[in-house]
Design a protein around this ligand. Structure first.
Ligand SMILES: Nc1ncnc2c1ncn2[C@@H]1O[C@H](COP(=O)(O)OP(=O)(O)OP(=O)(O)O)[C@@H](O)[C@H]1O
Length: 290
């Protein structure tokens, strides 16, 4: 049985474009998402017909070996990169086909980003860094929400500090607050703990978890670290540009074990299926057994 059938979705349903309302509960969706770099003999297929649903209010981790397509998936879902084929929606908005200017506005208004390098402006203090994207957009922050974010992230007494006066963990917390400030539909975090020592990394992961649990945010995090992935609700495993497996309520040990299996296993032909980041159906979408 194909993974799509196992997931309770007919192939026709998986290929069907969602209309308004159907995407309820889905923060981002991709169908047949394909990304090739280069041309001719040098073509690299970074994503190979990926179907995925990112459920709202959940913390999803994306794992896989180097070069498996994690960053490309994130960039295509976030409208940071064009796709070669397939469709991507943010909520009910199809972003594939949007013009650059529309994409820029959509990213600014509806998506928050966190990167490995915190990307803070050194001459601005923490408070100014947090509201910078909204200031650029000419939007007034919702003070109540912003206060809640600042308190949740424990930044109240650091707001007047510049990045150089903050620890790495504190700087990433500011970057996290900046990503949350406009209450985006979706937060993408690319290796957010990659530049932090383990204690500061744990702290940032704890805050991302709270952003989901207490503030109702949706987070997608790319990581190499099984310990970081263990903070998520669902792990998507990528290999050779395909989602080959998922894991609900992951533990670091189970994720590590799964990664070892992939590293040791001979490349098989994982049938790509529609993978929903919902609690009920994701286990059925697994292509491998526990
Ligand atoms: N701009 C580009 N030009 C050409 N090839 C690219 C480009 N970006 C990515 N690739 C290739 O696409 C594939 C997927 O890359 P991607 O960066 O998405 O993988 P990744 O899983 O995020 O890797 P890593 O864990 O090392 O960051 C790789 O083979 C990579 O070399």
């Amino acid at each position: 049985m194909s993974t799509t059938e196992e997931a309770g979705l007919s192939t026709a349903a998986a290929e069907h474009s969602p209309g308004p309302g159907e995407a309820d509960g889905i923060a981002a969706r991709a169908r047949g998402l394909t990304k090739a770099y280069g041309s001719g003999e040098t073509t690299v297929l970074a994503l190979d017909s990926v179907d995925v649903d990112i459920t709202r209010g959940r913390f999803t981790a994306v794992m896989g070996p180097s070069g498996s397509g994690k960053s490309t998936l994130m960039h295509c879902l976030a409208g940071l990169d064009t796709v070669s084929a397939g469709q991507v929606w943010l909520g009910d908005t199809e972003i594939t086909g949007l013009k650059d200017r529309e994409l820029t506005r959509l990213r600014r208004d509806r998506i928050g980003f966190m990167f490995q390098s915190f990307n803070l402006i050194p001459t601005l203090n923490a408070a100014e860094n947090i509201t910078l994207p909204m200031d650029i957009a000419g939007r007034q922050p919702d003070r109540k929400w912003l206060d809640q974010v600042i308190d949740t992230l424990g930044l109240r007494d650091r707001l007047t500090h510049r990045p150089s006066q903050l620890s790495g963990g504190q700087q990433q917390r500011v970057a996290c607050a900046r990503a949350l400030a406009s209450r985006p539909e979706l937060i993408f975090a690319d290796e957010p703990t990659g530049n932090l020592d383990s204690r500061a990394g744990l702290e940032v992961l704890g805050f991302l978890r709270r952003a989901v649990d207490e503030l109702g945010q949706t987070v997608v995090m790319v990581t190499h670290d099984p310990g970081a992935a263990a903070h998520s609700d669902l792990v998507l495993f990528l290999a050779d540009g395909r989602i080959v497996d998922t894991m609900e309520r992951p533990t670091a040990e189970a994720v590590l074990e799964r990664m070892r299996l992939f590293a040791g296993a001979s490349p098989q032909d994982p049938t790509p299926g529609t993978v929903r980041s919902g609690v009920d159906d994701a286990p059925a979408a697994r292509t491998g057994e526990d």
